[in-house]
Design a protein around this ligand. Sequence first.
Ligand code: ADP
Ligand code: MG
Length: 323
Amino acid sequence: MTANDGPGRLSSRMPLEISSVVHSFGDRSALDSVSMDVAPGVLTGLLGPNGAGKTTLLRILLGVLVADGGGLRWGGRPIAAKDRQGWGYMPQERSLYSAMPAGEQLVYFGRLHGLSRADATRNTRALFEELGLGDRWGDRTDKLSGGMQQRLQLATSLVHDPDVIVLDEPFAGLDPVAVADLSDLLRDRARAGRVVLFSSHQLDLVQDLCEDIVMIDHGRTVLDGKVAELRASSGGRQLRLTVGAPDRMWIRRFPNVRVAEQHVDELRLDLPPGTDPLEVLDAARAAGPVYDFGLELPTLSQLFLAAVEEQPAAQVVKEVERT
Ligand SMILES: Nc1ncnc2c1ncn2[C@@H]1O[C@H](COP(=O)(O)OP(=O)(O)O)[C@@H](O)[C@H]1O
Ligand SMILES: [Mg+2]
C-alpha cells in the first residue's frame, strides 16, 4: 500500500509541536524540557542512547503517559484524544495476538481503527505486498520469524493509512534487507505528506535516512537540526589520503590541521572549519603522489560524542556501545 495522497488529505498536513516537555518518574528526571517540531513530509528521527528518554517522550505524545509540564500541539491546537485515535503508533514492546493468523490480525487492527472490512482487507493485502509478507496471510503469528513478526507489528500501525506515524525503535533487530524495506516505506509515507517520527538508538544506521533529527541524552536535547547541515558544518571533517611519499613535512604548512591517524601510506587529517580541503590536497600532491583521497563527514555518533564531551569520555563511549 503506498500512501494515498488525494486532495482530500491536504487539510491533514499539519505539524506536530512538542514544547518544553518535562517528565519525572518519582524523583528521577526522564525528560528535562525537550522540544521538537515534526513537519509533514520531513522524515524525523528522535535519537539517543538507551535511557535517553525517547520512549517516554513518544508515550507522552501518544497519551500513554501524561507529562509533568510542557505542551503538545497538532496543527496549532492542543492534541486531543480523538486526534490520536487516527494516528499510527508502534510501541517499543511488541504486542500481537500470537494465535491469530497474520492476515486476519491486520484486518482486525484495521477494523479497530474504524475501517470497513472491505477497506481493512484491501489495505492489508497492499501492506502484505509492500512488507514482503505476501504468502503468510494464513500463518499463525507465532509461527512467523522474529523479523516477520516485526513487519506485521509495523503493519498494524499503518493499516489505516494514518496522517501521523510514530514508531518506537522500528529498526531494532531488523536485518539489512528489512532495514532497507522499512526505510523505503517511511520515505514513501513522508513524501506523501504524512508526519513521520521514529526513535532509534542506532545513530549511524539512520543517518542517511532521516532529514531532521533531535538527539537527546539524559532527557536533554544535545543536537537538533537537519542531518546534512549538522554533519557538514560541525568542523569534524576528515581528509583521507593514500600517499606514496614518506615525507609528511608539508602538513606543517597547515597549523590548524591535525593528524588524526597515520599509517605507512594512509593519512587521516582533521580539518577545522574554514580549512579548504582542496588546498590541503594540493599540498599533498606537490609533495608526492596521491593515489586515493576522500572527504569524510562526521557520523551522527561522532557528533553525539562531541556534543556530550563535557561528560567523561569513557562513560559516554560505554553508553554508546551498550545500546
Ligand atoms: N515506568 C518507568 N518507571 C521508572 N523509570 C522509568 C520508567 N520508564 C522509563 N524510566 C526511566 O526513564 C529514563 C528514560 O527511559 P526511556 O524513555 O525508556 O529511554 P529510551 O527509550 O531513550 O531508552 C530511564 O532512566 C528509564 O530508566
Ligand atoms: Mg526506548
